[in-house]
Ligand binder design. Structure first.
Ligand SMILES: NC(=O)c1ccc[n+]([C@@H]2O[C@H](COP(=O)([O-])OP(=O)(O)OC[C@H]3O[C@@H](n4cnc5c(N)ncnc54)[C@H](O)[C@@H]3O)[C@@H](O)[C@H]2O)c1
Length: 273
């Protein structure tokens, strides 16, 4: 037993694999939840992408079942929740982690079909998974949903319009869901990771120079990993955050704490007598 309150619980983690070898956000969350005693339904559209997650959970003596599904598809989401209910008879935790980088382009030139597809995968998938999980949580009088946003949903500065818009929408979704479902004992929170070094990032090709720039952009000058996101998910899924709902837990090495002012931009030194 442990005081996280997750022993014997059932968790669903979407995007529990990763696009390349290494530790992604969903993979880390799934491994940490299993290690804390949850039975974890691993969801990914690719079984191959979940192999490493399965191995890590087995090494740590955890319990999990992989399911292949596309969470942008309503029937796929219904099937995942039905499968968790058939297997374990309950759903206590839902981690909505799936998210894609989306198309390039500003509002002037982004391809509208690709914009629609990005909203579907990054935001509608969370609505659909929650739609099927919440009735079971409501019946049990408790549940915890964790949605993965991004600091890019809190600040401008991304070169494209689609990805940051979806990540901002997830923050609005989270707060509204928290208010709608709080009276049923269901908590809904978001994690906003910063510039972590994960397979999603390096699978698309990231030079060592740009990796270093990402590390140095945050005041801590420490590179973030999927484990950092996973620990925040674990906390929000667990009883340790029992009085928290509608929050956005920022995990970014201090990136969003800074307004970006450097000494020579400040007037304080000149004007203060
Ligand atoms: N890495 C970062 O720096 C960073 C920063 C902020 C937020 N995020 C967010 O973290 C989340 C992803 O993290 P990750 O590290 O686990 O990513 P990842 O891309 O490595 O893995 C996600 C998995 O999701 C699966 N997937 C993609 N679309 C799917 C779909 N429609 N249905 C089912 N599975 C699907 C992929 O097959 C992949 O295995 C995203 O929401 C992303 O926006 C990442």
């Amino acid at each position: 037993m442990n005081d996280l309150g997750l022993d014997g619980s059932v968790a669903i983690v979407t995007g529990a694999g990763s696009l390349a070898p290494g530790i992604g956000n969903g993979k880390a969350a799934a491994v940490l939840l299993a290690e804390a005693g949850a039975k974890v339904m691993l969801v990914d559209r690719s079984l191959d992408n979940m192999k490493e997650t399965l191995e890590l959970i087995a090494e740590r003596g955890g319990d999990c079942v992989p399911v292949t599904a596309d969470v942008s598809d309503e029937a796929g989401c219904a099937g995942v929740v039905a499968s968790a209910m058939d297997t374990w008879g309950r759903v206590d935790v839902l981690v909505n982690n799936v998210g894609t980088a989306g198309p390039a382009g500003t509002v002037v030139d982004v391809a509208v079909d690709a914009w629609d597809a990005c909203l579907r995968v990054n935001v509608t998938s969370m609505l659909l998974m929650s739609r099927f999980a919440i009735p079971h949580m409501r019946a049990a009088g408790a549940g915890s949903i964790v949605n993965i946003s991004s600091v890019l949903g809190m600040r401008g500065g991304h070169p494209a319009i689609a990805y940051p818009t979806t990540k901002a929408a997830i923050i609005g979704l989270t707060k509204s869901m928290a208010v709608h479902h709080g009276p049923d004992g269901i908590r809904v929170n978001a994690v906003a990771p910063g510039f972590a070094y994960t397979p999603m990032v390096y699978a698309q090709g990231l030079s060592e120079e740009n990796r270093e720039r990402r590390r140095l952009a945050a005041p801590l000058h420490t590179e973030g990993t999927g484990w950092d996101t996973g620990e925040a998910v674990l906390f929000l899924a667990s009883d340790r955050s029992r009085w928290m709902t509608g929050t956005v837990l920022v995990v970014d090495g201090g990136l969003t704490a800074s307004a970006g002012m450097t000494g020579d931009m400040s007037v304080t030194a000149r004007d203060t007598p």
